[in-house]
Design a binder for this molecule. Structure first.
Ligand code: SAM
Ligand code: DTB
Ligand code: SF4
Length: 346
């Protein structure tokens, strides 16, 4: 394709103005380039399917301005105790039957206490035994937590940077950007795969969306999974009345994420219920290669499973199969078409 380098190396030294220049490209050029990068590194007709379960809902002491689970906002989400293993397992079986290959367990904690870890580890062990990939998102991890979860069979840990370093203080006051980086370091050190992305549509500027992607791409390793969430504007949260982002700007964000982290799987994450099928198709074209399937995300809605199955059929998409030990960023072998350049990894 004219002027498009699809064999671009995996870089960790992105300058902000380079990423802004990608955002500023003509929309069609940007999409063509993103799709070329996507098709060179992944099967563009395969979509990884994950299902989320809130294993501990509400009552969170943090003040994340987007979150319906923060105790201090009046969103109607009632605080619940940590679910039992059997109930979690029942939900994981249903997710597997609906076509999910990864099960992601989320808790509305600032971070787990030491005594919570064995309980989550038991869930991880049982879900793993079903033959699913496992993911957990429990907040900031303490000493030894990542390793204990890894030992139980956890594959991925989700911990988002959420927004650019210079907008973070507008959105969250109860922790700092650097705290998130520390937990991401612990996740990598334990040998867990990283799922790390952010939210767009929180009133940030384009430069700040670029800043989020710069922070993600310049991590010591690209996250294997990069969820791009569109803000779900939940009544009762401080961001309830935030101006809606132009949907094409959301597509641009997916496309730029695709280009700057070419080996990672970019997830079209929260916000799909508010999107048309056509907009989602554009996101898949721009490089999204994963979704959450299931009627609920954590506390908010998601498209019906039947609707998603029909969308896959209409777009000739197929669910990505689990690949044994092939998800390291830069080594997503099984889905790489023959055109991919083998020496692109850093
Ligand atoms: N408490 C843990 C934490 O904050 O890391 C784990 C659960 S938290 C709900 C996981 C992620 O959900 C957040 O990092 C954020 O990216 C996403 N999220 C929460 N509320 C959202 C909303 N209203 N719209 C889009 N994404 C949201
Ligand atoms: C991620 O990036 N998005 C998911 C998952 N990782 C944990 C969560 C979306 C939550 C949307 C709001 C809710 O349902 O409560
Ligand atoms: Fe708590 Fe996580 Fe929601 Fe922040 S995003 S309020 S830490 S559940």
């Amino acid at each position: 394709m004219d002027g498009i380098h699809v064999d671009m190396p995996v870089r960790h030294d992105w300058a902000l103005d380079e990423i802004e220049a990608l955002f500023d490209r003509p929309f069609m050029d940007l999409l063509a380039r993103a799709h070329a990068v996507h098709a060179s590194n992944h099967d563009p007709n395969a979509v990884q399917v994950s299902t989320l379960l809130s294993i501990k809902t509400g009552g969170c002491p943090e003040d994340c301005a987007y979150c319906p689970q923060a105790q201090r906002y009046h969103t109607g989400v009632e605080a619940q105790k940590l679910m039992g293993v059997d109930d979690v397992l029942e939900r994981a079986r249903a997710a597997k039957a609906a076509g999910a290959t990864r099960f992601c367990m989320g808790a509305a904690w600032r971070g787990p206490r030491d005594r919570d870890i064995p309980k989550v580890a038991a869930m991880v062990r049982e879900v793993k035994a079903l033959g699913m990939e496992t993911c957990a998102t429990l907040g900031l991890l303490g000493e030894g937590h990542a390793q204990q979860l890894k030992d139980a069979g956890l594959d991925y840990y989700n911990h988002n940077l959420d927004t650019s370093p210079d907008y973070y203080g507008e959105i969250i006051h109860t922790r700092e950007f650097g705290d998130r980086l520390d937990t991401l370091r612990d996740i990598r050190a334990a040998g867990l795969k990283t799922c790390c992305g952010g939210i767009v549509g929180m009133g940030e500027t384009r430069a700040q969306r670029a800043g989020l992607l710069q922070a993600l791409a310049n991590l010591p390793e690209h996250p294997q999974s990069v969820p791009i969430n569109q803000l779900v504007r939940v009544p009762g949260t401080p961001l309830e009345h935030t101006k809606e982002l132009d949907p094409f700007e959301f597509v641009r964000t997916i496309a730029v994420a695709r280009i700057v982290m070419p080996k990672s799987i970019v997830r079209l994450s929260a916000g799909r219920q508010q999107m048309s099928d056509e907009l989602q198709a554009l996101c898949f074209f721009a490089g999204a290669g994963s979704i959450f399937m299931g009627e609920k995300l954590l506390t908010t809605g998601n498209p019906d499973v039947e609707h998603d199955h029909a969308l896959f059929r209409r777009l000739d998409l197929h669910p990505m199969q689990i690949e044994a030990d092939a998800h390291e960023a830069g080594t997503v072998h099984a889905n790489v078409p023959k055109t991919a350049n083998a020496d692109v990894d850093a």
